[in-house]
Design a protein around this ligand. Structure first.
Ligand code: FRU
Length: 486
């Protein structure tokens, strides 16, 4: 075991006595923005969900984590186990402590093999002579209680034809019973793709099978694919990934990077897509992953990172950054994926009340409330949280487009750089659901036809909303989550 401690490449094993407690104190001075029922890091920065797996009894989830600050430093995998998505128990983290992961344990996925959990991940390393990045694809074995048993490198370096940007292995069982994993990659001509490896069993050496072919996707300007995920949903195959470089459009691909799904048939390495769509059209959503090990693939459960690479947030000064979205159930409706929080979230709702709103209305604890309302396809404008400084958030619907505007709220320069409005086309809007959680907002249209997930930062917010027309709001409160052992 090596205890790395080199600038921002510092492992948690190198923490000085009391160091993390001091950082946690700083996090706790944030009275405004810490979420109540979304997963957020105890300290530091979190990004992608990793290693999501149902082991037959409980759900294991990890996330990318740098414990010491709100920056992308040495990546660890923070491990949580839950039965119910409400109480989360800590288990062994994946901590970089070998040369094949010297600059961080990057993203990856999980597979249950026998009574073990196999975590495939990228070991980020840098060559000492010239600081050149060298990606390893590694395997860590955990038992079902969440104890780390072993780690080993599977592949050293990128295969010929690809740059050093090969990462985020997501494993699955192929129809031939073998283990395959798909990695995001960049070709030597600087275009994005995904490549697939195969191994007979966990002791085997992986062989490169080739690229996943997805000709239906417009890959123009796309320089990298991150976080690929292949799954089955009913009779359909689904490919979820995060392409980087797509040109901004007025009603889609509005962020710097995007999370996309393709729905169709996977034939060997050829993906025949019938639908390709962005998964979420809010300001902050990236690198989603689905749970392996769910026997009923009629529905899949997905977590995404409420954040994006290269973004800063106002909470950075409190030394924490980002959160995970609510666990989302994916459901097929025709050739379209619908997304909604899993039933356990709805079952946890309490204190349901109904409000008739028109003009200004006060709603207790609006900033951690669930709201649901019917709009009969008619225009509306809702303004939330207007405070003494005039800060607020606006959600409006007009001419088949739902728009979220955070212009009049606190933003970092980088947030502003990518614009302060997001639009989502919903031709027939009947129902809107909003989950507010202090600095997080998840919006679902028409029972999950479209989703918009965003951060917003309004300190001293008033628990009120203003509606441009009469609406009946159902309001209730999701239960807060609890952590043990962290
Ligand atoms: C996506 C990503 C992955 C990488 C990880 C590092 O957000 O860039 O490609 O493995 O984050 O934290």
């Amino acid at each position: 075991m090596i205890i790395f401690n080199n600038g921002k490449y510092k492992s948690i094993l190198a923490a000085e006595a009391g160091e993390l407690a001091t950082i946690a104190k700083c996090v706790n001075t944030d009275q405004d923005f810490r979420p109540h029922y979304h997963i957020a890091p105890p300290t530091g920065l979190m990004n992608d969900p990793n290693g999501l797996i149902f082991d037959g009894e409980k759900y294991h989830l990890f996330y990318q984590w740098f414990p010491f600050d709100a920056i992308h430093g040495m990546k660890h995998w923070k491990h949580l186990i839950t039965h119910n998505f409400q109480q989360f128990q800590s288990a062994d983290d994946l901590i970089p402590c070998e040369l094949f992961e010297s600059h961080g344990c990057y993203s990856g996925g999980a597979l249950k093999v026998g009574d073990k959990l196999a975590m495939f991940y990228t070991g980020n390393t840098r060559r000492a002579t010239d600081n050149q990045r060298v990606p390893y694809q590694n395997l860590a074995i955990f038992d079902l209680d969440g104890k780390l048993l072993s780690k080993r490198p599977l592949i050293e370096n990128a295969p010929a034809g690809y740059t050093e940007h090969v990462r985020d292995p997501k494993p699955y069982f192929a129809d031939n019973g073998k283990i395959r994993f798909v990695c995001g990659a960049q070709r030597e001509n600087l275009t994005g793709t995904a490549i697939v490896f195969e191994m007979d069993n966990l002791e085997d050496r992986p062989r490169l099978l080739g690229e996943l072919a997805l000709p239906a996707f417009d890959n123009r300007d796309v320089f990298m694919w991150e976080c690929p995920d292949l799954l089955k949903l009913g009779e359909q195959d689904v490919f979820i990934w995060s392409p980087q470089g797509k040109a901004r459009e007025s009603l889609q691909f509005q962020n710097n990077y995007h999370a996309v799904y393709a729905l169709g048939k996977l034939d060997g390495l050829d993906f025949h897509a019938e639908t390709i769509q962005e998964l979420d059209q809010g300001f902050d959503f990236y690198a989603p992953q689905t749970f392996a090990g769910l026997s009923n693939q009629q529905q899949a459960i997905l977590y995404g990172w409420i954040g994006l690479p290269d973004l800063t947030y106002p909470t950075d000064k409190y030394k924490w950054h980002s959160a995970l979205c609510l666990p989302r159930e994916l459901r097929l409706q025709g050739k379209h994926i619908y997304q909604r929080p899993i039933p356990a979230i709805y079952q946890s709702l309490s204190n349901s009340t109904s409000y008739q709103v028109h003009g200004q209305t006060e709603i207790a604890n609006l900033d951690r409330a669930y709201l649901s309302f019917e709009v009969q396809n008619q225009p509306f404008e809702l303004r939330f949280f207007t405070n003494a400084e005039g800060e607020h958030l606006t959600l409006s619907y007009q001419d088949g487009v739902l728009s979220l505007d955070r212009t009049h709220s606190e933003q970092t320069e980088l947030m502003r750089k990518f614009d302060s409005q997001r639009h989502c086309e919903v031709k027939n809007l009947h129902k809107v659901e909003i989950f507010f959680d202090r600095s997080i907002m998840e919006i679902f249209c028409n029972d999950g036809e479209k989703a918009m997930t965003s951060r917003f930062f309004i300190a001293n917010r008033a628990m009120c909303l203003h509606s441009s027309r009469p609406l009946t709001l159902a309001v209730a409160y999701p239960q807060g989550i609890t952590y043990t052992g962290q």
